[in-house]
Design a protein around this ligand. Structure first.
Ligand SMILES: Cc1cc2nc3c(=O)[nH]c(=O)nc-3n(C[C@H](O)[C@H](O)[C@H](O)COP(=O)(O)OP(=O)(O)OC[C@H]3O[C@@H](n4cnc5c(N)ncnc54)[C@H](O)[C@@H]3O)c2cc1C
Length: 210
């Protein structure tokens, strides 16, 4: 589905990280783990980039979380950081096949801006009565309030800027569906950690941000 939608809220949720709430177009439905394509013209250049749902559902509105690495990112993500309520964006989607399908036990591994997808998914799984472990790697963490709330509601939540493998080993569960969200280096580190913990990385649902 292609649509032009209004931004309804923009909230800072950590260093260089914003959560952007958008109107859901009529008939739009997306599950945690799916992503949308956002398009805009910035300084006369046309851009299109993908962002993963960071809300537990997409009824009426949905949220994405954008993390901008000042050393790596380009003008488009900076443009998203500067959005305000009332601005409009062109979206298409949802896309992706590696999404939450009501699994009852989940382990979510998130790196950098992958934390948005992770909190949305974890919130949805807890709401559905599931069991949740979330390991988040970042040296400047975002979404701390929602992570604390998840912890209070019974999820195992680990935030680290160190070696992922020890923490993945601690939460490893043969019966859990593993989800991985982040840029390519993190995805590789997560696959190695799952393998080292005795799991099969090929069974994980993985979204590589590039
Ligand atoms: C399926 C999919 C889902 C995605 N979901 C999200 C999401 O939920 N949230 C989100 O913030 N981004 C997400 N991305 C990444 C997003 O689409 C953009 O690539 C990102 O915002 C940078 O866009 P840019 O135009 O500013 O920089 P670009 O010029 O596109 O960035 C160039 C390169 O810099 C590196 N880079 C950029 N930003 C970062 C960063 N923050 N950390 C580490 N390396 C970085 C990457 O290697 C990237 O390819 C997703 C990408 C894909 C493919």
């Amino acid at each position: 589905m292609d649509a032009t939608v209004a931004v309804t809220e923009v909230n800072s949720v950590g260093p260089n990280t914003v959560a952007i709430v958008l109107e859901s177009p009529d008939g739009f439905d997306a599950r945690p783990g799916q992503f949308v394509k956002l398009s805009a013209t910035v300084d006369d250049e046309d851009y299109a980039r993908f962002y993963t749902l960071s809300s537990p559902d997409a009824h009426d509105t949905f949220e994405i979380t954008v993390g901008v690495d000042p050393e790596e990112a380009g003008p488009f993500s900076q443009h998203l950081l500067d959005l305000e309520a009332g601005d409009e964006l062109d979206i298409s989607g949802p896309f992706g096949n590696e999404y939450y399908e009501d699994e009852s036990t989940i382990v979510v591994l998130a790196g950098g801006p992958g934390v948005g997808a992770a909190v949305g998914l974890a919130e949805r799984a807890l709401r559905d009565g599931g069991s949740v472990a979330l390991v988040y790697k970042d040296d400047a963490p975002a979404h701390e309030e929602r992570l604390a709330d998840l912890r209070e509601r019974g999820a195992t939540v680990v935030v680290t800027d160190g070696d992922l493998a020890d923490h993945v080993d601690d939460v490893h569960d043969d019966d859990a569906q593993v989800f991985v969200y982040g840029f390519a280096d993190f995805v590789q580190e997560a696959a190695d950690a799952v393998d080292a913990a005795g799991g099969d990385p090929a069974d994980a649902k993985v979204e590589n941000f590039g």
